[in-house]
Design a protein. Sequence first.
Length: 255
Amino acid sequence: MSEFSYAPGLNLDIHPAGDPSAPVVIYVHGGGWSYGDKGTDGPTRLVPLAAYGVTVVSVDYTLAPQAVYPQQVHELKGAVRWLRANGSRLGLNVDRLGIWGASAGAYLGSLVALSSGDSALEGTVGGNLDQSSAVQAVVHWFGQVDLAASAARTELEARLLPFHFEADFVGDDGSLDGLSLLSRASASAPPFLIAHGDRDRIVPLTESLALHYALNRAGARSRFELLGSAGHEDPEFNSPATLATTAAWLRAVLD
């Protein structure tokens, strides 16, 4: 593994597949946008996936509430541009890039993928503005899709599940309106691999299904994987079978 800075105060780790022609996927960690870092899933998820023939680039982004939307998206797009600008000297195949996220990271990665050409979400983090921030494949694991819907709770639910993640993500002056991935689904979206556990009690299964159906209706390619008896961040997502399937899909799409 090698660590690099892609912008002031922002780093990434490269877990090489060992083959310079291997496809490259950017990994965005979860944690409700409020905790975690690029090394959180290294030993259990990222290194094993790299062993299946996909180079994994795990990226840090500024956590909430220190950063609010859209800063995190600007940072991730900056990481994509940095990789495109520096890939050749690092021996990486960056002509076509994938992005892979879990939970809150899946939301961010999907938003990066679905906002190509959106100047409001491009930002200038890290420079390399002559490079494209577009990605060509998305792996979306048990992530939020419509933040207004996922933040809505009854009075009882708010007492039992006092999550503040969405509010911290947008900040005191922000709004959750318009932060649905569904409204960005279009025929020009890159291919998606969406996976969710049927016992997820943090992010409902219906979130991922809604994204899958919206992409299909729009004419984009989407594959849906349902993991039986799996909860949120379930160990089954790190199983050899799941990681091998994910790597095979990335290799096929990014070839």
